[in-house]
Structure formats: C-alpha cells, structure tokens
Design a protein around this ligand. Structure first.
Ligand SMILES: Cc1cc2nc3c(=O)[nH]c(=O)nc-3n(C[C@H](O)[C@H](O)[C@H](O)COP(=O)(O)OP(=O)(O)OC[C@H]3O[C@@H](n4cnc5c(N)ncnc54)[C@H](O)[C@@H]3O)c2cc1C
Length: 378
C-alpha cells in the first residue's frame, strides 16, 4: 500500500481519490472549504456531468483511447452506483435528476468518507519536492512525505512552474467574446436557431443555436463553443457572422423581401416589423444605412438580405468569466496512465492536461475519465 497525495478536490481529484483508495492510503488536499465547490456552478447550478452524444469533434485532441477506459456510460453507471439518479435532455446532456449540483457533491462526499480518504480542507499545497523515491509536500499548514503524487489542480499553473514542467500556456475558453462593434443597443437580446460562422485563418467553423448579446460583445452556447477554437490558438481576433434566417436560402429570402415590396408598407420601420425583434430590426437598418422613415425600394433588397444572413462582428477579445482553460501538459508527455514521463510516480488529471472540450458535459467527462484512469493505475 502506497501513501498517495492527491492535490485538488475538484471533479478529477475526487474521482481519482475514490479509485486510488482501493489499494492505497490516500490524502486529498483541497484549498477550498469543501470538495467539489466548482461543481456547484457547473451547468447553471445543475451540473451537466456528461453527454451521450458521440465525442468526435468535442475536444481539441483525440482522446478516444482514454474514453475507451471510462466513457460516458461508465460515468453514468459509476454515479448510479453512488446513488445518483440522472436524466438526459434533448441535447443528450446528462444531469442529476434533482437538477442540483449539490446532489453530485453529496454522493461523491459520501463515497470519499466510505473509502477512508483523508480529506484536508482549507490546505493549499504550495510546494512539491522530489526526494529520493518520495515526494515532500508543503502546504500552507505543514509538510508531509508521500510515495506518489497526483496533481489535479485545474488550470492553476503554480505547481507546474514550481516543478519546472513544460506546458502549453492556458487561455480562457468557453467564454463570451468582446466585439469591435458596439452591441449596447442589443444587450440582453437572445437570438434562437441562428447559424454562426467563425472565420479563422481562412477556415470557416459553423455552430447552430442561440446567441445572446451583451453590452460590449456576444455570448451564448454557440459563441462559447466558437471561443474554444480561439482559445486553442490563443488568438481572439477573428470575425463572426450570424445568419438569422438559416432555414431560408439567400434566394428564398430575396423572394420574401421582394414580395414584401408589394405590401403597403409606409416606411423601412414598418417593412421590418414582423421580421425580428425591434432591436435587431434597428440594427439591420443601421447596418444598411437605411433610416426608419425611408421607403424600402428594389435597390435595398440585396443589402437587407445580406444583413439578415451575414450580421458581422469583429472579435477583439474575451470577457473575464471563462468555464475552462485551454492549454496544459501535452498528452504526449504523459504515459497511458497519465504519469509524467520524466518523473516517476507523478501523475496529472483533469484540466491541467491539454484537453479541452466544447459545452455540454465534455469537460467534466474528461475530469471523470482522467481521474478514474490515474486512480485505477496508481
Ligand atoms: C461556470 C462554469 C460552468 C461549467 N459548467 C460545466 C458543465 O456544465 N459541464 C462540464 O463538463 N464542465 C463544466 N465546467 C468545466 C468543469 O467545471 C471543469 O472542466 C472541471 O471542473 C475540471 O475539473 P478539475 O478536477 O480538472 O479541476 P477543478 O474542478 O478546477 O478542481 C481543481 C481543484 O483544485 C483545488 N486547488 C487548486 N490549486 C490547489 C493547490 N495548490 N492546493 C490544493 N488545492 C488546490 C481547487 O480549489 C479546486 O478544488 C464549468 C466550469 C465553470 C467555471
């Protein structure tokens, strides 16, 4: 039986502790006052623990071989064995039946207790030193000696720096984007069923769904997912265009607009009423440099169709609150059991590894998968 220190009481550290405790004496260090605190804010407080969809395209890198060891079905079974009842929604996102993240934390905490894991709360690890065949862990309270160490600290890079471990710098992902264009007049508006295209390095990346306007930028699941591509390149300069009527081809929309010319509309404002929300109508007219009181004529039709199908924004940065960070230790520097190739008995789990996913439960799935793999193999 080895003495193991697991640093970080988040999703991956907790599941790792549960599996590692089957064969080892495990201590879990957490700098918060309770384990899994971040889980409380996931999935809008509901905790979207995984997703039943195929994982192709969900991550920045191919993690099929890891998922084969612990995939979404095994994750659901694991939680079910802990007593958690789950359901999946139309998007195949899996949540606790209670719709409350605290149910997930409760069942994990119960299991940690049953497994005899020594949970040290409010204790931040500030230094990990390699001794001959052992590790010295120094926390804000005292020092300890362990045989093996697992680093599960999310995107906190302090220990990586202290251990002189190479990693890809972290960049905020699943984050709202700031735009050059002033979006103040649209703030609070939600557009559903739109198609959003990110133009990045001559490539087009498509997302369908909902966009939410903020004071100085854009948000919503579509935008979060597109932000992942920007984060992976650590470059938040790109252009985004929104097709507000993706179910209409350009020609069909031209026809619709032509037909409206035949109606007895007083002015441009009236012409646009019945299309979108007033804020968007104003924005479209502004983009086309048409005043509310102007009369819409044949020559405006193409302009309007373009504004409706290609509402353009220039991205110039990101907001502060991100859900995950892209970057971390490259998988190529870790063994199949996620042990650092250059230091024996030093393991990593979760977000600190350079694996990041889009919205929908994929990031937590990586936390469960990586935590289980290390816990079982350590
Ligand atoms: C608002 C929000 C919503 C999200 N929603 C979802 C969602 O619905 N579905 C999904 O899949 N993902 C979601 N995520 C992402 C998900 O939370 C992360 O991918 C996941 O928590 C990563 O797990 P982890 O174990 O790697 O790190 P974390 O969960 O970040 O845990 C790290 C832990 O380590 C502790 N720690 C850090 N440094 C030290 C230290 N030096 N000493 C001791 N302890 C330390 C921290 O306090 C923390 O407890 C969301 C994230 C946010 C912020």
């Amino acid at each position: 039986m080895s003495r193991i220190a697991i640093i970080g009481g988040g999703a991956s550290g907790v599941i790792c502790s549960i599996f590692a405790s089957k064969k080892n004496d495990v201590t879990l260090f957490c700098c918060d006052d309770k384990v899994g605190k971040k889980l409380l804010v996931t999935g809008n407080g509901k905790c979207n623990i995984t997703n039943l969809k195929n994982f192709d395209m969900a991550y920045n890198t191919d993690i099929t071989k890891y998922l084969k060891k612990f995939d979404q079905m095994q994750t659901i079974k694991f939680f079910s064995n802990l007593g958690l009842v789950t359901y999946s929604d139309q998007e195949q996102r899996v949540y606790p039946f209670s719709n409350s993240a605290s149910s997930v934390i409760d069942v994990l905490n119960n299991k940690l207790k049953k497994c005899g894991v020594d949970v040290k709360l409010n204790e931040e690890v500030i230094c990990v030193e390699q001794l001959k065949n052992k590790f010295k862990i120094t926390t804000t309270l005292q020092s300890y000696i362990y045989d093996k160490v697992v680093v599960s600290v999310g995107s906190n890079n302090k220990l990586l720096e202290q251990l002189h471990i190479k990693y890809k710098p972290f960049s905020p992902s699943l984050v709202s984007l700031k735009t050059k264009e002033d979006t103040h007049s649209l703030a609070g508006l939600r557009l559903s069923n739109v198609e959003v295209v990110l133009n990045l390095n001559n490539k087009k990346i498509f997302e369908k769904g909902e966009v939410l306007f903020k004071d100085k930028g854009i948000s919503g699941i579509c935008i979060f997912n597109l932000s992942a591509y920007l984060a992976r390149q650590n470059n938040y300069n790109a252009s985004i265009s929104i097709d507000m009527m993706p179910s209409y081809t350009h020609e069909k929309l031209l026809n619709l607009l032509q037909e409206r010319l035949k109606c007895d509309f007083h002015n441009a404002k009236e012409f646009m009423q019945g299309f979108f929300n007033e804020k968007i109508n104003n924005n479209i007219l502004k983009t086309c440099k048409i005043k509310n009181e102007d009369k819409i004529t044949e020559k405006n039709i193409c302009q309007l169709a373009k504004a409706i199908k290609q509402l353009k924004f220039n991205v110039i940065g990101h907001y502060e609150n991100n859900q995950v960070k892209s970057g971390g230790i490259l998988l190529e520097n870790l063994t199949a059991a996620l042990q650092y190739k250059y230091v024996n008995n030093l393991f990593f789990t979760g977000e600190i590894i350079d694996v990041d996913g889009i919205c929908g439960g994929y990031n937590l799935q990586w936390a469960w998968t990586s935590g289980k793999i290390v816990g079982e193999n350590i």
